[in-house]
Design a protein around this ligand. Sequence first.
Ligand SMILES: Cc1ncc(COP(=O)(O)O)c(C=O)c1O
Length: 365
Amino acid sequence: MALERIVKPWIRELEPYQPGKPAEELDRELGITGSLKLASNESPLGPSPRAVAAMQAELARVHRYPDGASFELRRRLAGRLGVGEEQLVFGAGADEILELLAKVLLGPGDECVFAWPSFAMYPIVVRGMGATPVPVPLDAALVHDLDAMAKAVTARTRLVFVCNPNNPTGTSVGREALDRFAEALPAECVLAIDEAYVDFARRADFPDSLAWVRRRPGTIALRTFSKAYGLAGLRVGYGVADPELAGYLQRARHPFNVNRLAEVAAVAALDDREYTERLQRLNADGIAYLTRELTALGFEVWPSDANFVLARGPAGVVPALLREGVIVRPLAGFGLTEHLRITVGLPEENERLVKALRRIAERTA
Ligand SMILES: Cc1ncc(COP(=O)(O)O)c(C=O)c1O
């Protein structure tokens, strides 16, 4: 069968998302064990012990479908965030919420504006619906250029993503800039503020996305349990939107998109404030350490409000690190051939990376 004749042309042309190389794969390639992966912005602390215990207690019930309404998680999270339960939409990762937004809002002829470089899934979900991605370059400091993004909005724009803090740069926009942008956005356009890294943001004027959810119909904040709650492997994320938008997303989702183990683990992780606070401290110290050491090695390092740092160094450093058994994220796919994104690890992992970089520098000196 000539599938290429019947598959949607925009799907044929999609480039699949390239996830970070698994540590096990590098182990096999190098014939070693213990490769270090600092490439996918996961928690270096492992999962919260409370989440593990909750999953263990739930294991004997996995023959039952999950609670499709995520009742307990919804109740707890709504209370924590001070929003209505009907404003929450859960997904298998924030990734699924991105897809739901595209499914609900976009089709051929529609446009979606986002910054670039930013999260690599944006163009994929937009193209996946046959719609047109409108990437707007970051400014010279690699921060969202919200004024340029506002200018890129047309009568065909149905969705705008603002990734704050931004992946892969770690940079963020402040309250004033976001307020000005949101204020001017046409009403027929959904504003999605992707806050996957919000729990790591430290700037005093970090925007209050939920205030915009309350104030502007057609606004959604996206969050995840993958980063600050240490549950990337379980796939739980959510959106907080006005009830009308949340209702449309609910209609479009699969009935059991958050599985049983993920739901109980997310509830337990939400209660484990000690875990998240420990991770936040570890992350702040790790960013300070990596910034200092990488700068001393001659790298340019960007300020980060996330759990990773963006650095620019000599070309070829990513493959050289791989040979040292350390996986970081290359950004060549964005046209940034000398940049790398490094996830903050445990102190000893950060030191291992720095030592590997020192050895590389000595060899090439
Ligand atoms: C900016 C951004 N948004 C969304 C996601 C997706 O997160 P999740 O693991 O919840 O699907 C990521 C994951 O890396 C991300 O970096």
